[in-house]
Write a protein that binds this ligand. Structure first.
Ligand code: GDP
Ligand code: PGA
Ligand code: MN
Ligand code: MN
Length: 611
């Protein structure tokens, strides 16, 4: 394997464990060439991708790509967590034995890179120098250049991140092979795709996709699944599908940090990038730290700390516009280096469009192609109403491009967490916000998060399901242990954050309209929560938490129908009593759940019975 050594020597990749790993997979896959990637190679790789037609220009310094049309979302069904110990088997992690998966994936990947380049992408999922750095290094091997370009935007990429590891063998081995996408039987009984994390070997083997979390292995497979396992195994930290934001009160200079778990495509990116409501004047400023993943640990001062391990944003395009989220639009301005995937594209003008970007699609359809590449002008009558962009179409941009990114987003010390919120798309039952002071009850609330699944995962859109802490697709060990680990980490903080459940998505039962305007107005609920934590407001106690009174919630400049306001600031006790039965059945799935969680459940149920 002389050419492997030569390529690694030329790139100055010295870590002997990484070299051995690269050589092993070069041999298995039969790669013809090795190319070690550094973020500084971006311009050249972009030029090569444009030349090869893998990227198309979308204005100055912005790019467009299409994925294979059956490869447009994460596949939960095909995602597996394997270990060498069956006690890691949970309800949701599709647990399988490590040896079986290692063998199967090796056989799938064997010879797949004959004649092709294997890109070696060393990365770090953490700000450099963080206390959790030993869990953050990884090396993705991939056969797909657009995956490399996404990794450069979504993670910190370069040889320097893995050459000088304190423990040279402590890096995640992440192998990605796209496979022959048109011949993988996606969604059929003969589906060939396997997305496997062998958690106790810190090895990730993904076969059969080049899209999003299926292929950018630093992001979800390492940043969430592997890290959640590492956090549990070491007892040191939590890794969660959480946004992380700061709220600054410009009058007092005070700053509060909030983390929030909402299922995929349920508003994390929008909340972290939000502007303060215009009607509240210029008083508040939201700072962006992260929109999809937070690592959380107890600090020495008794508070919980968090950082965002990612280096970029992989945001939902749909409904992003100047009104809903101007910050997101500016993060993908010309010159940002952003990559759009599966939106509509006009090769003549190099414009992109997606549903909700403007109220109507471009009136002149000349040149426009839908996300599959079919001309809009050629659509038949029956195809007329099909969306131009795929609902899960995305933009990828680096954190440095986000206009409201916090000045200290890269600080390895992280930021103290004042509040943990959970939410999702819940069309009834869940009020705008309900706050919970008690830690066990807060953890219980996260474990019983129930929301509609979205288009971000294949084949489940609209299904109402429980999604503990929004981690259902990323769970890497048994849920009862997960609950105990949560109680341990948050319990280790003598000054724990306040918990809350939020819902921007309650709908009118008749016409289906959203009862709350959402987007930037959501900050009003968070401002109330901050005030509650400081003791400036008291709220109104209910069996399921403290709700804001109408006087406490700042509604300045909002003109909501009285009936809608009443609904979102109250609970339907009968509906909640019914919910408790569903929760009971859900929690019974998790054998060995800590008694504190059951106590919280019984406390809430009893309060509802008495209400
Ligand atoms: P994430 O995947 O959790 O980061 O969710 P995003 O912030 O990307 O939002 C997913 C989808 O929900 C997008 O189409 C947003 O436009 C939409 N969305 C986000 N926040 C709100 C909100 O407060 N109200 C409504 N109605 N839609 C929202
Ligand atoms: P999302 O992130 O939560 O913003 O949709 C991507 C994902 O979870 O697949
Ligand atoms: Mn996510
Ligand atoms: Mn997001």
């Amino acid at each position: 394997m002389g050419f492997v050594d030569t390529a690694l020597d030329e790139a100055g990749l010295l870590n002997p464990h990484v070299r051995e790993y690269v050589a092993h997979w070069a041999e298995v896959t039969g790669a013809a060439r090795i190319e070690v990637v550094d973020a500084a190679d971006d311009a050249r790789l972009v030029a090569e991708a444009l030349e090869a037609g893998e990227l198309l220009p979308a204005g100055e310094g912005r790019y467009y790509s299409r994925s294979y049309h059956k490869d447009t979302a994460r596949s939960e069904e095909r995602t597996i967590v394997a270990t060498n110990d069956e006690r890691h088997k949970g309800e949701y992690n599709n647990w399988r034995p490590a040896a079986e998966m290692r063998e199967l994936l090796t056989s799938k990947m064997r010879g797949q890179l004959a004649g092709k380049t294997m890109y070696v992408v060393p990365y770090l999922m953490a700000p450099q120098g963080s206390p959790l750095e030993k869990y953050a290094a990884g090396v993705e091997l991939t056969d797909t250049r657009t995956v490399v370009l996404h990794m450069i935007r979504m993670a910190r990429v370069g040889v320097s991140f893995i050459n000088d590891l304190a423990e040279p063998d402590s890096f995640v081995r992440a192998v990605h092979v796209a496979g022959d996408l048109p011949n993988l039987g996606q969604g059929t009984p003969d589906d060939q795709r396997y997305f496997v994390t062998i958690a106790d070997e810190r090895t990730i083997l993904h076969y059969g996709s080049s899209y999003g979390g299926n292929a950018l292995l630093g992001k979800i497979a390492h940043g969430l699944r592997q890290a959640a396992f590492d956090g549990f195994a070491s007892g040191e930290f939590l890794s969660e599908q959480f946004l992380l934001l700061g709220i600054t009160d410009k009058q007092t200079g005070e700053k509060h940090h909030v983390v929030g778990g909402f299922p995929s495509a349920s508003g994390k990116t929008n909340l972290a990038m939000t502007l303060a409501p215009e009607a509240l004047g210029d008083r508040y400023h939201v700072e962006f730290y992260g929109d999809d993943i937070a690592w959380i640990w107890p600090g020495e001062d008794g508070r919980l700390y968090a950082f965002n391990p990612e280096g970029g944003v992989f945001g939902v395009a749909k409904d992003t516009n100047e009104l809903t989220n101007p910050t997101a639009l500016h993060s993908v301005d010309e010159g940002s280096g952003a990559i759009f995937t599966n939106v509509a594209y006009n090769p003549d003008t190099q414009e992109v469009w997606w549903e909700g970007k403007t109220p109507q699609p471009p009136a002149d359809v000349t040149g426009w192609e839908d996300w599959k590449g079919d001309k809009i002008a050629d659509r038949s009558e029956s195809e007329k109403d099909a969306p131009w962009a795929h609902p899960n179409s995305r933009f990828t941009t680096a954190l440095s491009q986000v206009p409201n990114v916090a000045p200290d987003y890269d600080d390895p010390a992280g930021v103290p967490v004042d509040a943990i919120i959970f939410g999702g798309r819940t069309r009834d039952r869940e009020p705008l916000v309900r706050a919970i002071h008690d830690v066990a009850e807060g953890v219980y609330d996260g474990l019983t998060l129930g929301a509609e699944a979205t288009f971000a995962a294949e084949g489940v859109e609209g299904q109402l399901r429980y999604d503990p802490m929004s981690m259902r697709p990323f769970m890497s060990y048994a849920e009862a242990d997960y609950a105990a680990h949560w109680l341990k980490i948050v319990g280790a903080a003598s000054k724990p954050p306040i918990f809350a459940h939020v819902n921007w998505f309650q709908r009118d039962a008749e016409d289906g309209h959203f009862l709350w305007p959402g987007y930037r107005e959501n900050l009003r609920a968070l401002l109330w929560l901050v005030q509650l934590r400081k003791g400036e407001v008291e709220g109104r106690p209910t069996p399921v938490g403290i709700l804001p009174t109408r006087e406490e919630l700042d509604l300045t400049g909002l003109d909501l129908p009285e009936a809608d306001l009443e609904r979102i600031l109250d609970i339907d006790v009968d509906r909640w009593r019914q919910e408790m039965g569903f929760r009971q059945a859900h929690l019974e799935l998790f054998e060995g759940l800590p008694e504190e969680i059951w106590e919280a459940h019984r406390r809430v149920a009893a309060a509802l019975d008495e209400a």
